[in-house]
Design a protein around this ligand. Structure first.
Ligand SMILES: Nc1ncnc2c1ncn2[C@@H]1O[C@H](COP(=O)(O)OP(=O)(O)O)[C@@H](O)[C@H]1O
Ligand SMILES: [Mg+2]
Length: 354
């Protein structure tokens, strides 16, 4: 029995509904996951995959049974577990590096907090001063120009208030272009020692996920695949023992998805972390899971378990070759027919209507 193993012992989850009914999202889910394994959770919508991840993350308490990590009961979120969501879990208003370093910058000493407060105040004062100066210059310039031209005799403009409003609008437009470079310069150059240190760590993780040099970009400037790399880097930066991923590649196009699968395998091998990955795709589950649970709904449960060789092989063999190999295809068909059987059982006659 290894150290940081993850265990679920008869975990059950019953959601109470507002109308008095209830949903049994998980029933008697038990497993043991050794440190350093990568487990794929596969199953149709509603079979409790997200519920199970949320329980392991400590976001939800099970209604029966318990989950443990390192022989300690999971009772809430903790730094030993990190979560990567399908999409949209980045802070849009922060830069890429700030997103990745978010956890690193959270626990800081009071001196550091004072330094940051002073720095931020300085930046804000600088904004206001620069803005006022630009506005004053623009308003006097534009009003001088307008007053001395025939424009001043145009019906709507021939009063001073209108002239000032136009000047103000023009100066705001200019500020719109002036402020971002000033802000970026200040952000890049006015860092506390601690921030410089964590930035070096962050840059290391950005390199790991193939985003070296993207630290100062805004999140919205990145493609979906790149944003998921940022989410991965953020998770890695907190150095969790277990990484939980809820359909992390579900929103990506096929090519990006395949590249990201390779990245996940590489990270898994390089970091030696335990990973649990939820997916809808049989191919992805086979390729990434060195263990695989096929889950079934109503009540949500583990229907079948597999130990698979493909994740190990995927590190050395070309992924396309691996996915088209007879062994891979055979397993894929086996699991697909298992899922079909399950669907038929569940849907019964309703399946024919659909
Ligand atoms: N907060 C909730 N309240 C009530 N029912 C829920 C809640 N969250 C999930 N469920 C139900 O629990 C079941 C499992 O959901 P979920 O864990 O999201 O499945 P999956 O991620 O496999 O699609 C579904 O039937 C779903 O409708
Ligand atoms: Mg889900």
């Amino acid at each position: 029995m290894q150290d940081k193993d993850l265990r679920a012992n008869k975990v059950g989850m019953i959601y109470k509904l507002p109308d008095g009914g209830s949903v049994e999202a998980l029933k008697d889910v038990s497993f043991e996951l050794e440190t350093g394994r990568i487990l794929a959770l596969l199953g149709p919508s509603g079979c409790g995959k997200t519920t199970l991840l949320n329980i392991l993350a400590g976001f939800l308490a099970p209604t029966s049974g318990e989950a443990t990590l390192d022989n300690k009961r999971i009772q809430g979120p903790g730094q030993d577990r990190g979560m990567v969501f399908q999409q949209g879990a980045l802070f849009e208003w922060l830069s890429v590096a700030e997103n990745v370093g978010f956890g690193l910058n959270m626990n800081t000493d009071p001196g550091e907090k004072v330094m940051r407060f002073l720095r931020n105040t300085l930046i804000n004062v600088a904004y206001v001063v620069v803005s006022l100066i630009v506005m004053a210059i623009m308003v006097s310039l534009v009003s001088a120009i307008i007053v001395n031209t025939p424009i001043a005799r145009m019906p709507l403009i021939n009063n001073l208030a209108a002239v000032y409003i136009i000047a103000l609008i023009i100066s705001l437009a200019i500020l719109r272009f002036l402020i971002p470079p000033i802000r970026d310069w200040m952000r890049a150059n006015l860092k506390t020692a601690k921030e410089k240190e964590s930035r070096a760590i962050v840059d290391g993780y950005l390199d790991t996920v193939g985003l070296g040099g993207f630290g100062d970009k805004a999140v919205y400037e990145l493609s979906g695949g790149m944003q998921q790399r940022v989410a991965l880097a953020r998770c890695l930066a907190n150095d969790p023992d277990v990484i939980l991923m809820d359909e992390p590649l579900g929103a990506l196009d096929a090519l990006t998805r395949e590249k990201m699968q390779g990245l996940i395998l590489k990270l898994w091998k390089e970091t030696g972390k335990t990973i649990i990955l939820v997916t809808h795709s049989v191919e992805e589950a086979l390729f990434l899971g060195d263990r695989l649970f096929v889950m079934a709904p109503r009540p949500g449960r583990i229907e079948r378990e597999y130990d698979l060789p493909f994740a190990e092989q995927g590190l050395v063999v070309n992924p396309r070759e691996l996915k088209t190999s007879p062994e891979f295809i055979e397993k894929r068909e086996e699991i697909l027919s298992l899922i079909w059987e399950m669907e038929e059982e569940i849907m019964g006659s309703r399946g024919e209507v659909l």
